[in-house]
Design a protein around this ligand. Structure first.
Ligand SMILES: [Zn+2]
Length: 114
């Protein structure tokens, strides 16, 4: 079986929401609801599981996420892997953003349900 490029796999495993522009991950998630993908690690010579949104950011932005830094979802959607919806922040900043946005994201969810 021929493996597609990682870019192709990221796109094939996500759904492009035309309303929000989000690339909704259709693959696996970890227990904190973050998208996961298995890729082949050349360094370790084995398959490793990584965060799909981090991988997407590094591949499409051609920019390495510095060690210890996290990606914040500007669109509040943790299942989104659109690199343009992600920004590099420190872990502390990410937590602050998450708390301050909790109310907003609940309101948004309610709207979608209604
Ligand atoms: Zn998004």
């Amino acid at each position: 079986m021929k493996y597609k490029s990682v870019q192709d796999r990221l796109i094939a495993n996500s759904f492009n929401d035309s309303e929000t522009g989000c690339w909704i991950w259709l693959g696996r998630f970890n227990n904190r609801f973050y998208p996961r993908i298995n890729i082949w690690s050349k360094q370790r010579h084995r398959c490793v599981t990584v965060y799909a949104h981090r991988l997407s950011y590094e591949i499409f932005k051609e920019e390495k996420i510095p060690v210890g830094m996290e990606l914040d979802h500007k669109c509040f959607n943790t299942s989104c892997i659109n690199p343009n919806h992600l920004q590099i922040v420190t872990g502390t900043k990410n937590l602050q953003l998450r708390f301050s946005r909790q109310r907003g994201s609940h309101d948004r969810q309610n709207k979608i349900v209604a």
